[in-house]
Design a protein around this ligand. Sequence first.
Ligand code: MN
Ligand code: MN
Length: 288
Amino acid sequence: MSFIRKCACVVVVIFSFTSCYKETGESSTDNPVVVGPTVRGDNLGMGNPSGAETSLLTPNNYLMVKPQYTLSYNSSRGGPNWVSWHLNSTWIGKVGRVGEFAADNSLPSGWYVVSEYAFSGSGFDRGHMCPSADRTASVSDNYATFLMTNMIPQAPNNNQKVWAYFENYCRGLAEKGMELYIIAGGSGTGGSGSSGYKESVNGGHVVVPKYTWKVVLVLPNGDDDISRVTAQARTIAIWIPNEQNVSELWTNYIVSVDDVEQRTGLDFFSKVPVNIQSIIEAKVDAGS
Ligand code: MN
Ligand code: MN
């Protein structure tokens, strides 16, 4: 056991050293044509959807800020209310899916900590909110996405198909020169995984959401992002049942940001002037 762990450790160290070396080597040699953004941006740059604070007095709306994403943790539900992250091409690199699922031990002492095995045998996947593939520029970035505070119990056909395809679509926009502000979460209680309907897993410590949702604000790469959000800005919102019998097409689940705000009680993009919010949040994206 300990030998295997040591080996795994050594492999990770070598891998991260190798990828660092490769990146340095590439940027110092050729490829001058590729001019991408150099700034990663603020994961909570368009506003805090629930006014979350890092306070022991608000255990069901507890702000957790990590370099890779920001979230509001709900200790009664055993998972995030929402996870918010910025995506542009600077976040996407070469390390791939190297992380391992892990308990988030940065929760306040005395709070129940959901383990990496908490969903085992439940019929639900450990569904990333901030996806592994959105954080591949370094080993530590990728590991961060595997913390259980970034997971909800997600029906496999939701997680592995329609949800994953929309993740891919968003990443494609980033690879084409856009930057995205993304917020995702689960809402309601009770979903149907591969072992049928459940309202909770892990002995009641983790609530199974009834729906998974995501809202996205898309901008061309640039600086001073809030000032560039005009009435023409693209928003995409999806609202998907947390069930096995979902369609594979994310375009079947497009709603408006206003719809998600009404159903969750959250306020997205609150740093954007209200008159512009009201226009961009009422849009229903064409899905192409
Ligand atoms: Mn997933
Ligand atoms: Mn709003």
